[in-house]
Design a protein around this ligand. Structure first.
Ligand code: HEC
Length: 136
């Protein structure tokens, strides 16, 4: 499993353009992971990412039923934590340094997916979500 993932990452790294930045690397890793998890993986979908962003779940914490609870229903808006602290917009066109730090992306996907969905997000879901936000 690990091995297959590594091969996928190496393949994608070689196949991608030379000046890939940290965000491209994060996307490549997710694509490799999604491919390992599902042999019929056929890429990420911004529409699926938007649907995930807007969806309401009943499987997580009752006070956080959706990503929009904190991030608002528009990626261009400033969001708000439960404690009332502002959260920079999720759209990369408004907040250009979004999704460029692997540890930050991992940490917040883990925390927020567990709160909202009651489980971790899959690589497919994370890739779809980021594809949507990167195109906003
Ligand atoms: C309880 C409030 C809350 C909810 C609900 C929430 N988030 Fe967040 N999210 C935050 C905070 C706070 C941060 C970190 C601050 C920041 O990045 O500006 C963050 C950051 C993130 C990041 C990292 C952004 C980066 O720049 O790397 C991702 C990815 C993310 N959230 C995805 C999601 C997804 C997907 C959902 C729904 C499943 C969700 N969030 C729901 C509060 C929330």
């Amino acid at each position: 499993m690990k091995h297959k993932l590594l091969i996928g990452v190496i393949f994608l790294a070689l196949a991608s353009p030379a000046q890939a930045g940290p965000r491209e690397t994060i996307m490549e890793l997710l694509a490799a992971e999604a491919q390992v998890a599902n042999s019929s993986y056929s890429g990420f979908s911004a529409a699926a990412g938007e649907a995930l962003f807007l969806a309401t779940f009943t499987t997580g914490k009752p006070e956080t039923t959706s990503c929009t609870t904190c991030h608002t229903n528009s990626p261009s808006n400033v969001g708000e934590t439960r404690a009332g602290k502002p959260i920079d917009p999720m759209a990369t066109s408004v907040t250009p340094d979004r999704y460029t730090d692997q540890a930050k992306v991992d940490k917040w996907f883990r925390r927020n997916c567990n709160s909202v969905l009651g489980r971790e997000c899959t690589a497919q879901e994370k890739g779809d979500f980021l594809t949507f936000m990167i195109n906003q």
